[in-house]
Design a protein around this ligand. Structure first.
Ligand code: FAS
Ligand code: PHB
Length: 389
């Protein structure tokens, strides 16, 4: 098989890149190790930046998003009983849309299939070859048959545990990492949300987040030790702990119900530099990870592939190395700003086991300043809704 761009991974980064490249007349094949149902079964992000919505609109894949997504003008922060609403629309003139990553992925899968574009699911033993040469190609096996995809460019959209970044010589890549010694225990339940907007709570028992997927389906998280086993958390234990962290008023409005999904996600900040290696380009979680506190992970994958599409469009019109180099420089500028914001939100809202008294006072002072300064609230709003592309 021959194509212009071989995309590894059919998560949001790979699927959106495929759609954007098609929109620019560039042929691409997506090679994914899992089945479509498995990809859709992963419960991930829930908040879309305004820029992400606009990119999906531009591709004509935002009809269901507009029909079912919830436009939010702000979020609420709760800290030891004190509450603050950050009004995005008033402070920044922008909004965010609550629409699950699963639904974005489903919309992109359907759009790709409707155009008859090639996606190879359940590909095994995916290997990248001749990445630094003039004839890169990808090998994989499926149903015991070996296959080869010859291409001009390989896009590594295969997430943190994917093969693409691991195909790069260790001497050619620099990584930066902060692993947090806590995780998020998340529950999805078909119960109405406890509030109209998201609530981020910092309590002495730890962080909690009240989110949603629709007016009948809620998504909640509580901070847990990183080694926590989800089997140790019954639904009742989860609901009781959540209520203890969000304050009486919010707790009184929480509707409980059986969990549809329950899992523990580890938190880490991670960046691999650069994001280009010869004809291999990394995008999304393959290149960087943010703690979900800032709701940036999915949105960063979107901005990566938006920039990569612009780079490849120019390259296929007039091939030049300098054009290819521009992607990594441009994408990393936005990646690091999102890493900073996600690290800052995580630092302010979580209970850090073993932190010293000074660190705890710094956290309290930061929050007291935020709760009283409209300028500080404007900074949070500007980053949460998404910096300009
Ligand atoms: P993805 O990991 O989504 O997709 C990569 C794809 O590549 C997968 O389908 C995988 O099967 C495939 N793949 C992997 N190895 C392969 C190989 N060798 N060959 C072929 N295919 C391969 N972000 C938020 O903004 N908010 C959140 O609340 C949030 N919660 C999260 C919870 C969890 C448990 C995780 C892991 C992430 C969460 N994220 C969240 C971040 C998440 O949404 C990512 O940012 C987003 O999925 C990034 O999309 P991709 O880069 O496409 O990576
Ligand atoms: C979610 O709804 O899953 C969600 C929302 C906001 C976050 C993280 C997760 O910051």
């Amino acid at each position: 098989m021959k194509t212009q761009v071989a995309i590894i991974g059919a998560g949001p980064a790979g699927l959106l890149l495929g759609q954007l490249l098609h929109h620019h007349g560039i042929d691409a094949v997506i090679i994914e190790q899992r089945s479509p149902d498995y990809v859709l079964s992963r419960i991930r992000a829930g908040v879309l930046e305004q820029g992400t919505v606009e990119i999906l609109e531009g591709l004509g894949v935002a009809d269901r998003l507009h029909a079912e997504g919830l436009v939010h003008d702000g979020v609420e922060l709760s800290c030891e009983g004190e509450r603050l609403r950050i009004n995005f629309r008033e402070l920044i003139g922008k909004t965010v849309t609550v629409y699950g990553q699963t639904e974005v992925t489903r919309d992109l899968m359907e759009a790709r299939a409707s155009k008859g574009l090639t996606t190879i699911y359940e590909a095994e033993s995916v290997e990248l070859h001749d990445v630094h040469g003039d004839s890169p190609f990808v090998r994989y096996t499926k149903n015991g048959q070996a296959h080869k995809v010859s291409c001009s460019i390989i896009a590594g959209c295969d997430g943190y545990h994917g093969v693409s970044r691991k195909s790069v010589l260790p001497s050619a890549i620099t990584t930066y990492e902060r692993v947090y010694d806590f995780g998020w225990l998340g529950v999805l339940a078909d119960v109405p949300p406890c509030a109209e907007e998201l609530i981020y709570a910092n309590s002495e028992r730890g962080f909690a987040l009240c989110s949603m997927r629709s007016l009948t389906r809620s998504r909640y998280y509580v901070q847990v030790p990183v080694a926590e086993r989800v089997e140790d958390w019954s639904d009742d234990r989860f609901w009781e702990e959540l209520r203890r962290r969000v304050g009486e008023d919010v707790a009184s409005r929480i509707t409980t119900g059986p969990s549809l999904e329950k899992s523990v996600a580890p938190l880490r900040s991670f960046v691999a530099e650069p994001m280009r290696f010869g004809k291999l380009f990394l995008a999304g979680d393959a290149a960087h990870i943010v703690p979900p506190t800032g709701a940036k992970g999915l949105n960063l994958a979107v901005s990566d592939v938006y920039y990569l599409t612009q780079t490849l469009s120019e390259y296929f019109r007039s091939p030049s190395e300098s054009v290819l180099d521009s992607y990594s420089v441009r994408a990393l500028k936005r990646v690091w700003k999102a890493e900073r914001f996600s690290w800052w939100m995580t630092s302010q809202l979580h209970h850090f086991p073993g932190s010293d008294a000074f660190s705890r006072r710094m956290q309290r002072s930061e929050l007291e300043y935020l709760f009283r300064s409209e300028n500080a609230q404007k900074v949070l709003a500007e980053n949460y809704v998404g910096l300009p592309l």
